[in-house]
Design a protein around this ligand. Sequence first.
Ligand code: BGC
Length: 976
Amino acid sequence: MSEPDGITVDQGLVLDTRAFDAAMFDLDGVVTRTATLHAATWRKLFDAFLRRRAETKGEAFRPFDVERDYRTYVDGKPRHEGIRSFLASRGVTLPEGQPDDRADRETVFGLGARKNQMFRQALGRSGVEVFESSLELIRRLREAGLKTAAVTSSKNAAAVIEAAGLADLFDACVDGVEAERQGLNGKPAPDTFVYAARLLGVDAKRAIGVEDAIAGVEAIRAAGYGLVVGVDRAGQAAVLRQHGASLVVRDLGELRIVPAAPAAPMGLPAAPSAAPEWLLVEEGFTLTREHELESIFAIGNGHLGSRGSLAEGSGMSSPATFVAGAFDAQPGATPGLAILPDWAKLSMTIEGRPLRLDTGRTLRHRRMLDMRQGILWREWRHEDAAGRITRLRGLRLASQADRRLLIQSVAVAPENYSATASLDVPLDEMATRRLGDGGVIALAAASAIGEIGDRSAASGRPPRPPMVLELALGKTYRLDRVVAVCTSREQDQPEVAARSRAGRAINTGLSALITAHREAWRVRWEASDIGIDGDPAAQRALRFAVYHLLSAVDPDDDRVSIGARALTGAAYGGHVFWDTEIFMLPFYVLTWPEAARALLTYRHRTLPAARDKAAHHGERGAFYAWESADTGQDVTPPFVVAPNGEVIPILLADQEQHISADVAYGVWTYWRATRDEGFLLDVGAEILLETARFWAGRAKLESDGLRHIRGVVGPDEYHETVDDDAYTNGMAQWNLETGNAVARLLVERWPERWRVLSESLAMDAAEPLAWSAAARELYTGFDVRTGLFEQFQGYFGLEEIDLAAFEPRNAPIDVLLGRERIRQSKTIKQPDVVMLLHLLWDRFPPEVREANFRYYEPRCAHGSSLSPAIHAAVAARLGDVRLAERYFRQASDIDLGDNMGNAAAGVHAAALGGLWQAAVFGFAGLRFTEEGPEHQPNLPPQWRGVSLRFKWRGKDHELKLPDDRARIGAAPGIAP
Ligand code: BGC
């Protein structure tokens, strides 16, 4: 069967609301569950009647069959028609009687009155149940601009609608009472549906009718509706189809809708995605939210990233555009990502009056991050003090198809005036940004301006700024801009390169550039999307996470990695932390391995700096930078100045040593999932060997016969200079074992590579073997009696602080209680032992995982954005779905709800990666063994389904939960 118009089935059953203006719903069995109540009432009525008749006539009593008789003769029809047709089927004719016959009369009307009385009594007893999924669909259709009506034969519709609280859901109700009043024939006659369409003022061809009864389906078909939806709750799909249903669903929840979307607004070269679940919408303008919105609405392609600042600026705008890896090192300061000139800046004045949100009147203002297409949209209607109304629409993107391009298009229409406007675009042709190390970044802009519909004018370079534009009433003008960004890292003459690239691009035209960009995003989403059915907020948060993760990497550039805030804000100077390998990398490994490989290759390129750092600490091997920039040298700032002026030294560069094991863990994660031999031989093995070697020296054998790692900071940064941090030791132990394992693998499978590598590292065959022994001797802090790991030596003796007593908290706990008090307490910043559980899950028996999580979870203050998602993942894996959900929401709100108050400085990329892990490894329970992928889901109750694709060892996999659910789109009645 081919799909009816307005329906597509490729991604589930999708109804395109653009094809319709109204939808009419039968009530019983479609919206309300009164059908069973009706059927039961009919049975009681007819059985009493038939029994009496059988007795008086001396015939055998044949009861009313709810299955057959109800559906064939009664269901969906007006009451009296149902009585007549059922009785006729039994060869009984009753006198018609009078419409006001009382319930005890043996006439058609008498029986009808009796039925009604019995039904109302039953309704009063049991109330009205509704189908939530139907209500949801009606709401969504109304949001999409469709009108809705109830069309029912029932004379009790008003009472039912009232009892079920549905009055707001319908623009009109055509019920049995109204039908009688208008002299309309009941279903299966088309009259009531024809009448409903007329009542709503819509063309029947643009109306949808929804029915569960055969008579109803026939009526809608006969009324000429554009779409006839049959709801089959009783296994009669084929019959409904025979009688005219264009499609049949078991439940209306199976229908998804595409709401009406404007076609390319005001002649812009593209249109926003129609489906609301792909859009992040900000209506109006709230000055104080501007900073965090600029982060949330950032666009990026892994090479370039740009905050979503307002083009004309505002009192709170901090625009910033970054190039991955372009750090600016001023003498004496730690290097930070260079901030480029504001390429998207554009201001306009009409007859000398600036068009700004803080002047005149904003009639409409809306921004939308279109996550599916990687486009930031803006709509704005503005009225100036002179009453001139101007309409603007704009889009902005960082091309995923050509990562050196930034694109902007703005359409302007004077609504009630003609006037002279001047457009100021500060970045006119060329701007350069010189870096401390002599590097150059060149930005070249090329523009085209013209009147919509007059494309000949939309070419060529505009006059020098400010451009003057004669705006004529009734016309729309569009400015297209392409900014090419080239750096001296890649080109000898970046200015020349940028100029020719921008020129070529503007000649290609924005439509073609955007088509290529959208296609690149489509490919990425196809590989990386995660679908959550039944929880729109979780769906949105995960799409948001994936959007920013996909915006953060350029798989073709292996000299850079992702900063803590990706390319969306200046926090941490764009420095790279363990955030990449431990929080974000699993997403890339499983959905975009090329990106994962590039990120890890960056760590290989920075291996020389890591060796130097180890040497500086008197160790061999690789000690990676806690904060890393372009060269891999440690760029952690040596101190911070607290708000009270106190200078606080930062010990993390020296002490947060777990970073070396984290990088090694990332390498192993990638190797395990891809079996990319080229990577292992050229990149991965060397990192694993050099990090293991570092730990072998760092874990010193002491008089107790054990090795200890003293003077470190674990992930919990509230406690510095501790001995034997559980996470550090646990990961070091893993790193030592894995270093040995990889050496064995090379010796056996690639002896030649081992020979070359071991020679260059001056590593004899005995050295890795000794790592294995060292791993066994490493102190772990595990207490067999309690099953607990002590987070570090002496931790169990510290002060207990009841964190619950500080809720709700509006400042970090270390600020509330002071650093010193926190240091002396068991309060931790983020998971440490729990982090170890998360990473090395299979190493610990279930009771150890449980005991440690229950012990440490209440002691964690979540002072880091990295914390809640990992708690969500671990709680879900332990089966505590409620707690996991709470943490999942907390993690979702770090950027979207700005619940840590610092989203202004960029999105929290690690938290986004963590959120993905919480959904995939936590709720969906995806895990891997040597046999391949497995899953042990623990889904939140409202998650009706999860779907995601991933790659494992060269094969594409698709996970759809729950397992036993028919694939969306393959439900009966819909033949793809
Ligand atoms: C966290 C670190 C993290 C860093 C960058 C800190 O607050 O404690 O674990 O690597 O932020 O995100």
